[in-house]
Design a binder for this molecule. Sequence first.
Ligand SMILES: *Cc1c(COP(=O)(O)O)cnc(C)c1O
Length: 393
Amino acid sequence: MNPIPAPISPPSRVLLGPGPSDVAPSVLRALGTPTIGHLDPRFLSIMDEISAMQRVLFGTENELCIPMSGTGSAGMETLLVNLLEPGSRALVGVNGVFGTRMAEVARRSGAEVTVAEGEWGRAFTPDDLRRTANGGKFDVVCLVHAETSTGVAQDMKDMRAVADECGALLLLDTVTSLGGMAVKLDAWGVDAAYSGTQKCLSCPPGLAPVTFSPRAIKRLQSRSHPVQSWYLDLNLISSYWGGERAYHHTAPINMLFGLHEALRLALAEGLEARFSRHHQNGRALWAGLAAMGLELPVPRDERLAQLTVVRIPQGVDDDRVRGFLLEEFSLEIGGGLGPLKGQAWRIGLMGAASTRTNVTLVLSALAAALAEQGAAPAHGALAAAAAVYGEEG
Ligand SMILES: *Cc1c(COP(=O)(O)O)cnc(C)c1O
């Protein structure tokens, strides 16, 4: 090849979109640690430490608590291909893009899928699911804890009771919640959950922490068909992560170094402190956006602090605003996904990126972007945000 391309030198960005989020500097350094073998005794102890730290973040005592090779979507597939087979029945709550994707993956796993349709931008109540279940029996009930397409937090209270009425395992997507808000799988009675590294864990995309309860493992072991995906078959993978350390596929060693550091950072900060940091920065952002006259469509008590959806004002050009932010401030925010495309922006304050500095930056940058289109926003955004920090002294 002539000329040979120059080494990559991408611009330095502030990532305040729906993921990936800014990676913590010590995680970047951990990724660059010299590679060792995936069966090296020291690597095996690193794997054990990752499992143990994942258990704390997930709020579970489950033995099976491992990162799958692949992004958050690989975690989704892992749950569904292992727990469903032809003839299974799945009840999936769909109130956004990721619920829609779960329903699709469940169908492709051979299940008969019943969709509980929810309003986009609102959470489900247990009765919403009961209405669709209509007294029927299911193998799994699936929900998304933090719907990144709409900015909605799903309250898990009483969802175990719904799953019990359905005779089902309860499955949860925690891709955008893990590390950014409380996840208490055992307390909620969740049987299996998955996440991703690139949202509130502030690690690059590439791994999907998953966990299965003993009851979910029993289901896996009593399947009548083999798991359709060889790569994601937990029967096989758990013998690498479990006692035997049998080779299945080569673990992405350096990504696991990065995840180890990301989990360590979360525990060193303290989970309560980490969640209140996310909450405070989220509230400051909401106050600033509201002061600018922008509309936040999700009701306050259902909003995610780590991912805020803002309606794009009439007459404002979406692409031009996001282009301006990238060009002038090297700042990335997200556009709307699915039906919200062109209707909304999505501003993430995830993991290491959830800082007061970034709240100030995004409010100032957005005000400049709107002013550039003659949509002069009301002043006072920064004062309104500052007041939120003042509240707690
Ligand atoms: C991002 C995301 C996923 C998919 O994760 P990828 O890393 O993009 O594969 C799944 N569910 C939710 C809620 C997400 O936000």
